[in-house]
Design a protein around this ligand. Structure first.
Ligand SMILES: *Cc1c(COP(=O)(O)O)cnc(C)c1O
Length: 367
C-alpha cells in the first residue's frame, strides 16, 4: 500500500474561479497564468478546466507548445518573451504571442521580421517598468520602444500591440499608502499608451483588489487556483481551493505534561496530550520551517502542529479531538484549512507551497 498522502486537484474549483474572475472583469480579457506547471497543479491535469479563459499566459515555451498540442486554439502569451531566435521561430510556428521587455528583444524582433512575410503575425506585449524595477523598459526608454514596435506592427499588419506593466503592491490593504501604488502605475502606463493599443497590468491582486486599474487584459495566476494574494482571504472573494493536500494519522502518542516532541524537542506538552503522527513531511513539500500552531484539519476541527516537521512525518496536537485515531484523514490544506493560512503561519505565500508539492506525492484529478 502506498503512503496515505495524496493531493487532489479539483477541476470544478478552477472552472469556478475562472468564471468568478471573469465576472469581476466585466468583459475585459481574462488570461489566467499557468506558468510553473500551473502553479504546481499540473498543466495537462488542469487543462480541461481552462476552457472559459480567453487566453493563457505562461513562461515556459515547452508548456506553451504542450497547450497547443492539447488543442488550445486561443491566444497564448510568453510572459518573459523569447530568449533567443530559436524561440522566436518556435513561437511563430506554434502561433504564440510574447512579451518584449528589453532593447535586445526588440532589436531581435526588428531584424527577424525583415526576413519576409511571417507565417504568424504575433501580438507583442511591450513591458514597461513603472516602479517594480524588475523587468521592462524604463519610463525614459519606453516612448521610443513604443514607437519602434508600433511601426513594426503596422508595417507587418500584426495585431495591435499591448502595453504592459506589473503591479508591485496590488495586494495592499490601503492602495494610497503604498509606493508605487497601482493607481500610479496605471497612470504612468496610460500616459505612454497609444490610443489604438491595448493594456495589461493586473495579476490576481490587481483583479481582486484594484479591478478598475487592470487594463484590457488581466493576468490572474494564484486566484485561478483558489488562493488569495491578499488583502482578504480567497473565500471572501468567492474563490475555491483547487488543491487539497491530505494524509492520514499513522500513529498516536500519549505524551505527559513536560514531555517533548520531535527533533530538537521544540514542542513541550503543557498538559497530558495526544499527539498524532501524520504521513507528510518536508520531502513531500510541506515547509520544514512551519512553526508550532500551524493549522491542519482533523474531523472538521483545527489540529495545531506540535514540533518540528521531519522528512516524512509531522506531529499535531489532537488532545481536543478524541475521535481522531490511526487512519483518520488529515487535511494539510484544502477546503477547511486555507493554503494561505498555512503559508502565513510559515512566513511565506501560498504560491511557494503549491509549487513545492513534491513529485513523490501522488496527484489525482477530480472533475
Ligand atoms: C506570475 C505572473 C502573474 C500572475 O501573478 P499572480 O500573483 O499569481 O496572480 C501575472 N503577470 C506576470 C507577468 C507574471 O509573471
Amino acid at each position: 500500500m502506498p503512503r496515505p498522502i495524496s493531493a487532489t486537484v479539483h477541476l470544478d474549483a478552477i472552472a469556478h474561479n475562472v468564471s468568478t474572475i471573469k465576472g469581476l472583469l466585466t468583459g475585459r480579457v481574462c488570461m489566467p497564468v499557468v506558468k510553473a506547471n500551473a502553479y504546481g497543479h499540473g498543466l495537462s491535469r488542469i487543462y480541461p478546466a481552462l476552457q472559459q479563459a480567453d487566453a493563457l499566459a505562461i513562461l515556459e515555451i515547452e508548456g506553451a507548445i504542450a497547450l497547443r498540442q492539447m488543442g488550445w486554439a486561443k491566444p497564448i502569451v510568453l510572459l518573459e518573451g523569447c530568449f533567443d531566435s530559436e524561440d522566436i521561430a518556435a513561437a511563430l510556428d506554434w502561433r504564440l504571442d510574447w512579451v518584449v521587455h528589453k532593447a535586445d528583444q526588440l532589436a531581435q524582433l526588428t531584424s527577424q521580421s525583415l526576413g519576409g512575410p511571417l507565417k504568424y503575425k504575433p501580438r507583442i506585449f511591450l513591458k514597461v517598468n513603472t516602479g517594480m524595477n524588475r523587468l521592462g523598459f524604463t519610463l525614459d526608454e519606453a516612448p521610443q520602444a513604443v514607437h519602434m514596435l508600433d511601426q513594426l506592427a503596422s508595417k507587418g499588419a500584426w495585431p495591435t500591440p499591448v502595453l504592459m506593466t506589473h503591479f508591485a503592491n496590488a495586494d495592499a490593504a490601503n492602495l494610497m499608502e503604498v509606493a508605487p501604488s497601482p493607481i500610479d502605475q496605471h497612470q504612468k502606463l496610460m500616459q505612454l499608451k497609444p490610443n489604438h493599443w491595448a493594456s495589461s497590468l493586473g495579476n490576481s491582486a490587481g483583479v481582486l483588489n484594484c479591478t478598475a486599474w487592470v487594463g484590457d487584459i488581466a493576468r490572474p495566476g494564484i486566484a485561478t487556483y483558489g488562493a488569495s494574494p491578499g488583502p482578504r482571504g480567497a473565500a471572501e472573494y468567492g474563490l475555491r481551493p483547487a488543491m487539497h493536500l491530505q494524509s492520514q494519522i499513522l500513529a498516536v502518542q500519549q505524551v505527559r505534561t513536560g514531555q517533548r516532541v520531535g527533533y530538537g524537542s521544540r514542542w513541550e506538552a503543557r498538559r497530558n496530550s495526544r499527539i498524532a503522527v501524520v504521513a507528510c513531511g518536508y520531502a513531500d513539500g510541506y515547509p520544514r520551517h512551519a512553526p508550532d500552531q500551524t493549522p491542519t484539519g482533523v474531523c472538521g476541527r483545527i489540529a495545531p502542529l506540535a514540533g518540528r516537521v521531519s522528512m516524512d512525518m509531522l506531529t499535531i496536537d489532537i488532545t481536543d479531538i478524541p475521535e481522531a485515531q490511526v487512519g483518520t484523514p488529515v487535511e494539510l490544506w484544502g477546503p477547511n484549512v486555507a493554503v494561505d493560512d498555512v503559508a502565513h503561519s510559515c512566513g511565506t505565500i501560498s504560491y511557494e507551497l503549491l509549487c513545492a508539492v513534491a513529485p513523490r506525492v501522488p496527484m489525482q484529478v477530480k472533475a
